[in-house]
Design a binder for this molecule. Sequence first.
Ligand SMILES: [Zn+2]
Length: 266
Amino acid sequence: MTELIVRNEPAIRMGFFVGIFLAVALVELVAPRRGLTVSKKTRWFGNIGIVAINTFLLRILFPAGAVGISIWVGRQGWGIFNLAEWPFWLEIVLTVIILDFVIYMQHVMFHAVPALWRLHMMHHADLDIDLTTGTRFHPIEIIISIGIKAGAIIILGAPPVGVIIFEIILNGTAMFNHGNFFIPLGVDRVLRLLVDFQMGHEPDKLLQRIMARIVPGPEVNRGSDTCLVSLISWRAEGMSDARWKRLCVSHETQMFIIKHMIESGA
Ligand SMILES: [Zn+2]
């Protein structure tokens, strides 16, 4: 079974990628949540072009990929899972959970370290959001990421099947999470049980960070076809000047996007 899955890894992963891509893309086309500022064609040409460059780079630099590393580690008998006899299913479940946590920590790090943020900004600077945003990453971030993943796989002695399942889930959820479509509230409530996250440690300790206000034009002596939009951010105690400046610039950009959307009737 394992051998069958490993041997057909490229086809299995490609199948899931294309399947999830088509499903999310179709829902986005039929029921988009938000209008785009540039056409899908322009967006996809850019974002999928980046995927092509990243895939090409990975194939050249790491032809074996994460799965190849895990096969190699298994042969060497390295890693925590190879120290003792673990049930196979447990190794797979732990591989998926731990690799997910490692990639989560990597994401936090890419936000926290200024030099890394400059690379990761490329993902967050996408003017619109659709499923291709989930694959829009700087080539250097992709290379650093495979290095971190390889380290985790070696330390764990992660089995190839676990790594394949993890890669499929990571790739699929990245496309789904960035999908530009409306999820009915009832469905969202069920999904949240699985994927919800919370800002702050307890619900009553949530901090006010940002407030948006929309006032109809006539209330501020403007025409009835206008409105006043304001965005207020709280500067957290201890936030550095550089970080605060970045926050202001990104909120200013958001205001321009909102203005554009209102004016273009999106
Ligand atoms: Zn991020």
